[in-house]
Design a protein around this ligand. Sequence first.
Ligand SMILES: Nc1nc2c(ncn2[C@@H]2O[C@H](COP(=O)(O)OP(=O)(O)OP(=O)(O)O)[C@@H](O)[C@H]2O)c(=O)[nH]1
Ligand SMILES: [Mg+2]
Length: 421
Amino acid sequence: MSLKKIEKIKKEKIKERLPKDNSTKRIKIKIVGIGGGGGNIIKELSRKLDFSSNKIDFVAVNTDIQALEALGKDLKKVSFGEGETRGLGTGRDIALGRMIAEAEEKKIKSIFSDAKDLYILVASLGGGTGTGSIPVFSKIAKELNLTTLGIFTLPFNFEGKEKIKDSQKAIEEAKANLNAVLTIPNEKIFKIVEDDVPFNSALDIVNLQLAKSLQGLLNTVYSSGLINIDWADIKTTIEGVDQNAYLNTVQAKIGGDLNAFTMELLNNKLVDYDFSRSANVLFNIEGGKDLSMQQLALISEKIHELAPEARIIFGLTQNSKLKNEIRATVLATGTSKKKEKKSEKKKKIVKVKKEKKVEIKKVKKEKPKKPDTIEEELKELEVEINRRNAVEIKKAEEDARKKEDEEDNIFEIPAFLRKKK
Ligand SMILES: Nc1nc2c(ncn2[C@@H]2O[C@H](COP(=O)(O)OP(=O)(O)OP(=O)(O)O)[C@@H](O)[C@H]2O)c(=O)[nH]1
Ligand SMILES: [Mg+2]
């Protein structure tokens, strides 16, 4: 066989291995920045991420026209509630922000009308526009059956407890209508920088870190890997409702301590998330030609050890730009069911105990005394019957709890052993 022919066969073989419909290239994403902080973050993202090939659309939404203009010409902008705020922002009025978003339903629907695969909502909470709008955006996204990821920052502690509470409330409401939500308390910045860092630089560091992680995630879908992660994998990871999310990207020189590298990957200090309770973990490793399966296996084992309940999806991508370096990205979501069940059970027990305490107090109040009349004697008899009923109810509840525990134990046994039992 001639050399030319061998080359031709080689090329055909490589072609065969690539995804036929080129599906990884067709994923369309829109990132919507809401309010001042949301706009700043997507500006940082648009600088970092490649959107020249129309893969990612950015749009900034605000009630503050000056803030929108400060984002430059390249970002698409939508102004909200000009009639109400005269383009000056809500002045941290959450109720006003919400009212405006509700009145701008048409504009929100039009932002969502371009049939993207994934819509990412980004806002810094604590002000009026972002905090008031995210529950409205989320509700409309759910009605339109879109796949969504929320990325929200919480205010610094020094901005006041009230603001943090209002922001958390808005996140809870939005989360019920989004697939997954990544929460970054701005306060966590102090875990990675000195306390005396200027306010604006602190915000920039948070924004930059977030941009890096999102870049890592999008790299995993946009480049076809040796072991390929595609849109379906990401969709599986974020699908569901009311889930917390975790995202991180780290890069290091090859030959270093891979264990420490993995620990850093799984410990993004800015994100509010309990990794050990992950239900889904997706991770991708990028590296040069010398990327090995062993590295993949080691990271995978560590993830399994730290998040034993998680379903793990992994990918391996060769990236010729990474010379002597390795980069890993992880996206995790959810709360593993088993632990959730246990915590729910705990809550139930606390509730039953509380009810019991009230019952006991009631019974104690009814001190026995000698009946004078037949009516009083009958009343006493009734109390006695009720007391017995309470004892019977308590016993029935205890039996039910025991049964529940037994059932739980059965589920801890793997399926094939359960059958035997
Ligand atoms: N991480 C991060 N947080 C920011 C940024 N800008 C503001 N924040 C935080 O977000 C909170 C809300 O500020 P804005 O985003 O300006 O508020 P808004 O949604 O525009 O609302 P109003 O201006 O009150 O209508 C602030 O209290 C800060 O904690 C930013 O660029 N990055
Ligand atoms: Mg503002």
